[in-house]
Structure formats: structure tokens, C-alpha cells
Design a protein around this ligand. Sequence first.
Ligand SMILES: *[C@@H]1O[C@H](CO)[C@@H](O)[C@H](O)[C@H]1NC(C)=O
Length: 417
Amino acid sequence: MMFQGVFFVLVLATGSSSAFAPTSLAAGRYNVVSTTQVAAQSPVIVVETTSTSTESEATAMTMQSSFLQDLQLDASTTRLPYSPTGYSTWKWKTHHSSQNQQQQHAAPVGSVDPASNVQTTHSINYLEVGDPSKPAILLVHGFGASSYHWRYNIPILAQKYNVYALDLLGFGWSDKPIMDYDASIWRDQVVDFVNEIILVKGKNRKVAIAGNSLGGYTAMYASSDTRIKDNVSGCVLLNAAGKFRDPEAPDVKAEPNPIIKSISSAIQRFVIACSFVYTKQPARIEQILRQVYPINDANVDSELVESIRTPALDASAAEVFYRVITKTGSGKQPYVDDILKELDTVPVLLAWGESDPWIRSAAADKIQRLHAEFHKDDERSWIKRVSIDAGHCPHDEAPEAVNDAILEFADTIFASQ
Ligand SMILES: *[C@@H]1O[C@H](CO)[C@@H](O)[C@H](O)[C@H]1NC(C)=O
């Protein structure tokens, strides 16, 4: 029971956000090329349109392009503007959920192809900024959040790299189908996104995947997946969630285990926190955020609260939330140990908020220990830890330190290829 509880809390803490499909936006593709060098006095964003196969795609693309132009994202931008309707839409065709939907007897969301009865399409909110000829960095948010949570990271990282952020299924402005949620869904979402949106942009494209909380677990799970592993140059974990193997094994039990202790006490707080989020009361959401931004809560502002509250207003959000927390406790997710073992060719950066009340720094210690044990003979895999003076969301609480850490890591991993 305790086992399940621990598992469940850890995965929860990795984060996701409910999404609310922007009905006015169909699939469209665009590139935002941040050209810092083009005009000496006035850096501009060039919006390049690509592959418009249908009129509706073309219309959607135009809308997206002008929206992004309205954002005035240029080299002087340090903060991504908030969009109350999301950014861009990727139609994710998945084979994953149709079976779930049948089992659940739930109203299907997205379209199930009756002929094959295997394919479902989900609208996924995402954002791309930066030069597509540069290596890519994909950012994956945590529970209750969305791609907007990377607002202080995207513009800075995009000055040097091709940056993507997506909203996990069930969160932010992505679809929120009523179905079983387990971590393999988000792993598949990231794997398919990397293959279909990022790697197709050029030959031998390289990508680093970074994630916070639930997104951190998702980032390492996807990075270890053989469908993309050869193309993943690095993995960045920001207070990643996940359950460790044998937490109650004798050697661990011998003395009080700080990891388990902190995790079990975090369970209650975390679940309570999440339920506050789903009360949709801005004051409650703000209160919770201040708890997890323990060092500097200056960035807990109304737009951050709105970016969490708005997707929670979706009719399916509460049901999805319930299913995520109940399902993630059921034991389907691999242990962090087993995922780390597979990262034999993928360097890891731990950019860890050391004052996280939910996922303590002991979890990062354990990841470092396990990684050293598994990969001492793997030349291509190494791990580095950068301690950030922040809580559960270091990328938003202390963005300068996190951006510096990610850029240094990215410069290293992409240069060596
Ligand atoms: C992914 O990596 C493999 C191995 O290096 C390479 O053969 C393949 O072309 C890469 N895929 C893409 C889409 O770049």
C-alpha cells in the first residue's frame, strides 16, 4: 500500500497539465526562425511557412503565424507571452488509446477509425521557436502545467537552439480524452513528436529532451526508447519524478531511508496540492505555487496561475486528473533504475531544485549513484548535477541558473557529435 502510494506520488509530481483543445485551430505547420543576426539593429523573427497541403491547413497556419508574430518574440524577448488559447496544434495519430477507450466505455475523444479500430487522433498543443538548422531541445512540463511553464527558458534557449515545448495529453491545451493514463502514453507522445515533428526537419538532427517532475520521468523514459534513442544527444532532469526499485529492500531498510521518508510525507501534501489546483480557485493555485517556489516566489504571478487554471476548466479535466492519479499508482511504470540503465548512450544533466518540498534532493543523489553504478564503463554516458537554489520548478523559479546549466550541457553534448 505504502509502495503504491509512494509510486503514485512520485509520478504525479512530475507534472502534466490539462489541455483544452483550441477548436478554432486546425493542424498547421510553421517555423519560427529566430534570426538574431539578420538585421543588426532589429532582430526579427521570420515566420516561414511550410507544407500547406490543404486550404484549412493553410488557414490555420496563417492564424498561427500571425499569432506568433503578434507575440513579438525576438532576440530581446526574455519571457514567452501567455496565450489563453494555446500556441500551435499537432495532430497526433496514436495507436495507443483506442483499446483503452473501448475498455472504459467512455465517450471517445478524437476520432477512432472504425475500419481499423486502432487509430485515434489527439490535438496536441506545442510551440517551436528558433533556427531549425540548429540542434533541437524539447521541453516537457509537469503535472498541472503546460508548455507555458517554460516561459523564461524558451526565448533564451532559442537564441542558440531550435526549441520545442509540448503539452502532455490530458494537460494544458492538448486534448483530454477520458481513458486510462499511464506513463507509456506520454512516452509514446514524446517519441512520436520527436520523430514526426523534430527529426523530419533535416538530416541527422539531434535532440535533447528536458523535463520537470512528471515531464522529467517522461523525458528519461522517452530518451531510453529504442525508437529515438540513437537520435537523443542528452536528457535533462529537473526534479524528475519516478519510483525507485526495491525501496524497502533490506540494505535500504537498515537505517531510516531519507528518500522514502520524504516521499511518503510528500504524498499527502502533493495530493492535497493537486486537488486545490482542480478547485480552479486562483487564490488556492497561487498558494500551492508559493509553497513549491520556496526560495523566490516572485515569478508566481497571475499569468502562471491562469495557465494552470484555464486548462482545468475543461469539462474533462477533473476526470482526467482523477484517472492520472489513480492509474499512475497501478504499477505499470518502469522503475527509474531500469530506465537509467537503458541510458547507456545518453548523457544526463540533473538541474535540480534542491529545496523541493515534493521531490527531495535525495532523489537526485540516488539517480547519481545508480547512474555511476550502471554506466561506469559506458564511454558515451555520463551524468552531471547542477544544484539550483529553488524548489520543485527550478526552470521557472530560477530561470537564469537553469538556462545557463542547460546551455552549457547542450553546448557540450551537441559539440561532441
Ligand atoms: C537517427 O540516428 C540513426 C543512428 O545514428 C541514424 O541512422 C538516423 O538517420 C537518425 N534519424 C534521423 C531522422 O536523423
